[in-house]
Design a binder for this molecule. Structure first.
Ligand SMILES: Nc1nc2c(ncn2[C@@H]2O[C@H](COP(=O)(O)OP(=O)(O)O)[C@@H](O)[C@H]2O)c(=O)[nH]1
Ligand SMILES: [Mg+2]
Length: 258
């Protein structure tokens, strides 16, 4: 899949790397950035899902990336925020000429949604969960403007990608080998930022397993034989809620060292 995306990048003038505003650094594909640079392509980071975090958080991430010499914008594809700025930046990078831009990034960051927002019409199929209906399976070319064409690409997780992101974005919850393990890792990560964001959705809890047990019991999910709470189903709920943006938390860029 990575090779397919590489070949699309080679055919494009500009690369827009779509990040999730809740975890911009973890959803970055350094492998793709490196490849694009080698090919002499201009890269624009699009910090999407800006509606899920406070605006100044998106702003800080944008500044953080710009400090590293990268170009960045933030937006919300579904909230119709920042799409005009994105379009303007793409046009600037194309030097006002006709051109092709390709949207790349981890699964579920909103690549297809951004293309739809730019087109003003729902054409690229989207989905809330990895590998489910609406998931972008093959690259597709769309006309988003009288001068701009856009490639929608399937999300890829590069080899050096974050292990938790790899599991939760790489598989649908029903295909996961161990959803409990994935959910526990995800819960721990979120707790590292803001434990309250979980308690606001699920109520108070002691530890990740207790949280899963509570979710299962609340919904009456109990293993028939052992009468234990079915934490496997509860784990799937947490991962789905995360994808759907129900757990509201955010991360901040590392402090600037100057
Ligand atoms: N809250 C929020 N959800 C979004 C935004 N953009 C996309 N989504 C949702 O994220 C999920 C994945 O979007 P999709 O465009 O299919 O992602 P792709 O895999 O990168 O093409 C869908 O449920 C979208 O509705 C956004 O700006 N804000
Ligand atoms: Mg897609």
């Amino acid at each position: 899949m990575l090779r397919k995306v590489f070949s699309i990048i080679s055919k494009s003038n500009v690369v827009v790397e779509v990040l999730d505003a809740r975890e911009p650094e973890l959803t970055r594909s350094k492998t793709i950035e490196r490849f694009s640079k080698e090919k002499g392509k201009k890269i624009l980071l699009a910090i999407n899902k800006g509606d899920l975090v406070p605006r100044d958080v998106s702003e800080k991430w944008k500044e953080y990336f710009e400090d590293q010499g990268l170009m960045a914008v933030y937006l919300s594809a579904t909230g119709h925020m920042g799409t005009t700025v994105l379009r303007k930046e793409i046009k600037k990078l194309l030097l006002g000429k006709e051109g092709i831009v390709c949207f790349v990034g981890y699964p579920k960051t909103g690549k297809s949604s951004i293309i739809n927002a730019l087109k003003g019409r729902h054409s690229a199929s989207t989905s809330a969960h990895p590998m489910e209906l609406g998931y972008t399976k093959a690259p597709q070319l769309f006309k988003i403007d009288n001068k701009i064409y856009a490639w929608d690409t399937p999300g890829v997780i590069p080899p050096d990608g974050d292990p938790v992101e790899r599991i939760i974005r790489g598989y649908s919850v029903d295909e996961m080998e161990d959803p409990v393990k994935a959910a526990v890792l995800l819960i721990k990560r979120i707790e590292g930022f803001d434990r309250k964001s979980l308690e606001e959705v699920y109520g108070e809890y002691k530890d990740p397993y207790d949280l899963l047990a509570k979710i299962a019991l609340k919904r009456g999910w109990i293993y028939k034989k052992s009468k234990e709470p079915n934490i496997e189903e509860a784990a799937k709920v947490v991962i789905r809620d995360y994808h759907e943006g129900k757990i509201i938390y955010f991360s901040l860029p590392p402090q600037r060292s100057r």
